[in-house]
Design a protein around this ligand. Structure first.
Ligand code: ADP
Length: 401
């Protein structure tokens, strides 16, 4: 059986899923956390309901990959390394270089590292993951799947900021967008569920997790998206502020004696959003639990909803209409009330939610009424499946080993 691995490498973690391809059946999955610490955590789910979890010392990503492959053989999930025909790696930033996933070559790896200035926390870790697999499985096709590449179809009208044009020409200062793999996956699924060619559809995809973004998709291509040069822009998120007037920053810095812009940006990334407004938590479930009695939790939830509605309205205008709205990721897949309220409060667009169908979590479903002009869909995202599909698609073109 041909197997493909989907990898999401962080600076101290490595999340993975192993697929039988082309059936796209997950045969095992897991996460290695605290890489580089004495008490790294290693866990594997396999044989449907079996789990192996241990605390060990794993010094770096290479050792993590070695241990992972050895364990998969010991557990008889793999018969040998040669059963893996390709490895796909999630990479945060692809800049303007990559408008699709690519087979990793020395040049690609160099560009991923060069793009670290766009995603300083993610790209170096993604490159480390790629290198670790390459070292241990040198002959196996390695594919990079970028969070940004789906949005490379945006045109200048949508990706440029209204600032001096030279900043784009000289420094590529522009909107790149993120969550592209998720937006692409759910839009393809939406077309299949609606049994309509994606070329004919105008879709607004709402990826609402701890990180959140909305994407306007026409004919299967990203037209505009709410995240920007970095993932900080757009919606109110778990800990990120989303859009703010940048003139506010020097004002707050002076009043609060914040010394550097880096510190200020860190506050916007990590101490803002639902967490900053509520003063309680970045986690939607925590806020919902206290919203009836806690004014600021309730306010945070209203603001979260408000920004989503604004972006949907604005993208309906950008697309000059909308055929389908998709909800995905942790909040989008699970928050029944939020989906209902957003749909009802945007009824002027021709959205009619079916409350019974909407009473559902985490599985694919059309949740609008039969007569709704705009279809509303609940689609669990699956970025790893998209990565595995891209490995399948590209491995025939592999030129590097
Ligand atoms: P990320 O991958 O960006 O870390 P997820 O897609 O896992 O985030 O989404 C996490 C968010 O989903 C959290 O805010 C969490 O509270 C929310 N969530 C999970 N289950 C529910 C639920 N039943 N109702 C509302 N929100 C939920």
């Amino acid at each position: 059986m041909v197997k493909t691995m989907a990898i999401n490498a962080g600076s101290s973690s490595l999340k993975w899923k192993l697929y039988d391809m082309p059936e796209e059946v997950v045969v095992a999955s897991g996460i290695i956390e605290r890489i580089g610490e004495k008490d790294s955590i290693f866990s594997i789910n396999y044989n449907e309901d079996k789990q192996l979890k241990s605390t060990v010392t794993i010094t770096d990503h290479e050792e993590a990959v070695q241990m992972l492959l050895k364990q998969l053989i010991e557990l008889s999930v793999l018969t040998g390394y040669d059963e893996i025909s390709g490895v796909g790696h999630r990479v945060a930033a692809g800049g303007e270089y990559f408008s699709d996933s690519v087979v990793v070559t020395a040049d690609v790896l160099q560009k991923i590292e060069l793009l670290s200035e766009l995603a300083p926390l993610h790209n170096p870790a993604n490159a480390t993951g790629i290198r670790a697999f390459k070292k241990i499985l040198p002959d196996i096709t390695s594919v990079a799947v970028f969070d940004t590449s789906f949005h490379q179809t945006m045109d200048k009208v949508h990706f440029l900021y209204s600032i001096p044009y030279e900043y784009y020409q000289k420094h590529n200062a522009r909107k790149y967008g993120y969550h592209g793999t998720s937006h692409k996956y759910v839009s393809l699924r939406a077309a299949e569920m609606l049994d309509r060619p994606i070329e004919d559809l105008k879709i607004i995809s709402c990826h609402l997790g701890n990180g959140a973004s909305i994407c306007a998709i026409k004919g299967g291509e990203s037209v505009d998206t709410s995240m920007g040069f970095t993932p900080l822009a757009g919606l109110t998120m778990g800990t990120r502020s989303g859009d703010v007037d940048v003139s506010l920053l020097p004002f707050i810095m002076e009043k609060e004696n914040i010394k550097t812009i880096a510190e200020m940006i860190e506050i916007l990334n990590s101490e803002s959003g639902l967490k900053g407004i509520s003063g309680i938590s970045n986690d939607m479930r925590d806020l919902k639990a206290v919203q009836a009695t806690d004014e600021r939790a309730s306010l945070a939830l209203e603001m979260f909803k408000d920004r989503i509605k604004k972006y949907i309205g604005s993208y309906a205008a950008t697309l000059n209409g909308v055929d389908a709205i998709v909800f995905t990721a942790g909040i989008g897949e699970n928050d029944i009330t939020l989906r209902k309220e957003i749909s009802e409060e945007l009824s002027f667009l021709g959205i009619e939610i079916d409350e019974e169908k909407n009473d559902c979590r985490g599985k694919e479903k059309i949740i609008s009424s039969e007569t709704s002009k705009v279809k509303v869909l609940l689609i669990p995202t699956d970025e790893e499946a998209m990565i595995a599909q891209d490995v399948e698609r590209l491995k025939e073109t592999s030129v590097y080993s």
